[in-house]
Design a protein around this ligand. Structure first.
Ligand SMILES: *[C@@H]1O[C@H](CO)[C@@H](O)[C@H](O)[C@H]1NC(C)=O
Ligand SMILES: *[C@@H]1O[C@H](CO)[C@@H](O)[C@H](O)[C@H]1NC(C)=O
Ligand SMILES: *[C@@H]1O[C@H](CO)[C@@H](O)[C@H](O)[C@H]1NC(C)=O
Ligand SMILES: *[C@@H]1O[C@H](CO)[C@@H](O)[C@H](O)[C@H]1NC(C)=O
Length: 400
């Protein structure tokens, strides 16, 4: 009897221990699954184990003897607008595509900042440590921080991003607004190009703008332009801000090419290297001298052909600038000096032209195929928003 009781107690002990262990284990596993679901990003970046894909083989992403190319997968168009973003097609040894079925063959996946809050991010089902995740933005931090996607980026801090690709020169991949080869083409044509452009010049200044009050910078540039006009500078103003978008579209090419100056006024002041199509396509490419407001003079000097632009910071007031532009309008010799870089490019200008031959995605391809050093950004929002305060909150009072 005594022995039997002892045996029963022993069995009960073993049984309860087993049940407790099983219960504890199952809840732990459940907890982990849930954590994986909700905090997959944290886990991905903190756990080397999760990152290691047993099938990973770097050479998979490199062009090989079979002629396979490496894909650059653009995860989505900016703001999911199909006409926006990088072009598809071949560049160097890579093929750019928006086709997500190419994910397993993509050496790099590019996320525009507005893509980062989507539900369908690849890290939920697939991440290869050899695959480079790239952050891209062509907007100023000032614009991004006020926009609807302002929280997207911070959700993907914590080493999610390997490389940055923006118009900023301190990005891993420099992706300027300058259209590739344009500067080279202009320099190649030289004096002929200048003559053909200048022959059409009959009007003074053009400004096309559609964002008037979204950012403090947009209000500041509006105020500056008003002051130029008040000081007697003829500025033809078009775009959403003046309710004459259609009128602008109806102008002939000759009408549009007739302007000597273009107001390359950005929507934010002193954001690092922030020079857009307003400077490149609308001014330099169109043979108009850019009048710059926004990026610092130092940044523009670093990124633009020598002597190719006029910077508002060089003038005490908009009235002084207006006076100078009117003088240039009256003196063809002085005006033509702004095209000196086309005929006699200095070393810096030639160096820039060489740099601009590669588009951002072409440069990304080149780096991807040569630079296999591991890197990730602890915080991509810190990188992008690491700006002088002026970039976010300039003072309107600064303009008298
Ligand atoms: C990677 O792939 C290449 C060819 O596809 C193969 O020669 C090489 O052995 C592989 N390396 C590893 C570590 O599996
Ligand atoms: C590379 O090319 C070979 C031969 O055409 C093909 O069998 C293979 O599936 C390709 N690999 C990838 C990753 O596309
Ligand atoms: C016109 O510009 C040229 C070159 O800068 C200068 O030498 C000349 O004196 C100017 N003429 C007048 C009338 O200001
Ligand atoms: C990319 O970033 C991930 C996550 O931080 C990291 O594990 C991986 O090694 C990085 N890959 C490269 C090629 O830098």
């Amino acid at each position: 009897m005594w022995l039997f009781t002892k045996w029963i107690v022993f069995v009960i002990f073993i049984l309860s221990a087993t049940v407790t262990t099983m219960y504890y284990y199952s809840t732990e596993v459940l907890k982990n699954t849930r954590a994986t679901k909700f905090k997959s990003l944290r886990r991905i970046s903190s756990s080397k184990k999760q990152l290691t894909n047993p099938g990973a083989n770097t050479s998979r992403f490199l062009p090989n003897a079979h002629g396979n190319r490496t894909y650059i997968l653009f995860w989505d168009h900016p703001w999911s607008v199909p006409t926006e973003g990088f072009s598809e097609g071949n560049m160097g040894g890579c093929t750019g595509t928006y086709d997500r079925s190419k994910l397993p063959e993509a050496g790099a996946v590019v996320f525009h900042y507005s893509n980062l809050d989507r539900e369908s991010m690849p890290w939920k089902h697939y991440r290869d440590p050899e695959q480079i995740f790239v952050f891209s933005s062509h907007e100023s931090p000032s614009y991004v921080i006020h926009g609807e996607h302002r929280h997207a980026m911070t959700k993907f801090d914590n080493h999610f991003i390997n490389w940055t690709m923006t118009y900023r020169t301190d990005s891993d991949v420099f992706a300027p607004y300058q259209e590739s080869k344009v500067m080279n083409k202009i320099i190649d044509e030289g004096g002929k190009w200048i003559d053909s452009k200048l022959a059409k010049k009959k009007k003074v200044a053009l400004w096309v703008v559609s964002n008037c009050a979204l950012l403090r910078g947009s209000k500041m540039r509006m105020k500056y332009t008003d002051a130029l006009v008040e000081a007697g500078l003829p500025v033809d103003r078009f775009g959403g801000c003046f309710n004459n978008k259609d009128e602008f579209k109806q102008l002939s090419d000759d009408d549009v090419e007739a302007y000597k100056f273009y107001l390359a006024f950005e929507n934010a002041q002193y954001c690092k290297d922030y020079m857009t199509e307003k400077f490149w396509r609308n001014s330099i490419g169109a043979g108009r001298v850019p009048v710059v407001w926004g990026p610092s003079k130092e940044d523009v000097e670093k990124l633009a052909p020598t002597g190719s632009f006029i910077h508002t910071d060089d003038f005490k007031s908009p009235a002084d600038l207006a006076k100078y532009l009117l003088y240039l309008d009256s003196n063809d010799t002085a005006y033509r000096e702004y095209f000196e870089w086309v005929e006699n490019p200095d070393e810096k200008t030639l160096e820039l032209a060489k740099t601009y031959v590669l588009t951002g995605s072409h440069r990304l391809c080149k780096m991807m195929l040569s630079n296999r050093e591991r890197k990730s950004h602890p915080s991509v929002s810190d990188f992008f928003h690491n700006e002088k305060t002026n970039c976010f909150s300039s003072h309107e009072d600064a303009i008298k």
